[in-house]
Write a protein that binds this ligand. Structure first.
Ligand SMILES: NC(=O)c1ccc[n+]([C@@H]2O[C@H](COP(=O)([O-])OP(=O)(O)OC[C@H]3O[C@@H](n4cnc5c(N)ncnc54)[C@H](OP(=O)(O)O)[C@@H]3O)[C@@H](O)[C@H]2O)c1
Length: 248
């Protein structure tokens, strides 16, 4: 497949590396000048592209940018992109980082991004930590393979996404529509707790919409009390500790 990735940070770069290694033709973009982007793209096994090139002549597009950066994208970026191109969003919203957005009390985070991009989306790769993506991938069928969830309104596109996730080393669970994707947002049991398929199905079912923002902020407040920026292990432990307490 031809895949365009917008964002070469922690998640976008790992996805570019894994998907190009798996044989896909990947191009990437970010905000850097072309010479720097080219160096980075080469190190990921990808090609460098401008923001308009990265969405042109591809089968799938992955947006992996800070939540508050989507509004900076060119207007109508996806206008000419055919509807059969699968568009994915990995983003998460944290008010301390992205500013307060009262709209998110009414709609899910990826519905909000979908409105900005004026395009249906598949929400995926948001509920796994960088460390999970980097270190925990396993071959299909391996015992206790970590699972992540996929939300969206197009079943055909979800199948394509599930196959890509499999290549990165993880199982998938269908989390329903984009409107239901709040079940995998920060502060829910399904968010970055590194669980398997059976556990993830239960976690999605257990999610409580009204509680998620407070849980998200509680976990972040605790992590911020650490002396330095929390490590992958500390974030995972923070998410799991809260969940274990909740399930008692
Ligand atoms: N880190 C995690 O563990 C994790 C896990 C799951 C999901 N997420 C979510 O996934 C998204 C990406 O996370 P991340 O940690 O990979 O972020 P990150 O490391 O901060 O990287 C963000 C990338 O987006 C690029 N970018 C920003 N504005 C852009 C624009 N207008 N046009 C093109 N590229 C732009 C940045 O470009 P430059 O490199 O030029 O600055 C950078 O490459 C976030 O919404 C995050 O919440 C993160």
């Amino acid at each position: 497949m031809k895949i365009g990735i917008i964002g070469t940070g922690s998640i976008g770069s790992l996805l570019a590396k894994k998907l190009s290694k798996a044989g896909h033709q990947v191009k990437v973009t970010n905000t850097r000048a072309m010479p720097e982007l080219e160096k980075m793209a080469t190190s990921l096994g990808a090609n460098a592209a401008t923001i308009h090139e990265v969405v042109n002549d591809v089968d799938a597009i992955i947006f992996s940018m800070p939540f508050n950066a989507y509004r900076d994208l060119p207007k109508d970026l996806l206008k000419e992109v055919p509807q059969d191109v699968v568009v994915m969003d990995t983003s998460n919203y944290y008010p301390f980082r992205d500013g307060k957005l009262p709209e998110l009390e009414q709609i899910s985070e990826s519905e909000y991004i979908s409105e900005i991009l004026n395009r249906p989306l598949i929400k995926v790769f948001n509920n796994m930590l960088e460390g999970t993506l980097k270190y925990k991938g396993k071959a299909a069928g391996a015992q206790d393979r970590v699972a992540i969830s996929i939300a969206g309104d197009n079943d055909k596109h979800k199948k394509v996404v599930a196959a890509l996730v499999d290549l990165t080393g993880f199982d998938t669970v269908d989390a329903g529509s984009l409107a239901e994707s709040w079940r995998q947002q920060p502060g829910t049991p399904a968010y970055c707790t590194e669980i398997n398929e059976v556990e993830l199905k239960q976690a999605l079912a257990d999610a409580e919409k009204g509680k998620a923002p407070a849980v998200r902020d509680f976990i972040m407040d605790n992590l911020m009390k650490l002396d330095s920026w929390p490590s992958y292990e500390e974030i995972l432990a923070g998410n799991r500790l809260y969940e274990m307490g909740r399930r008692k």
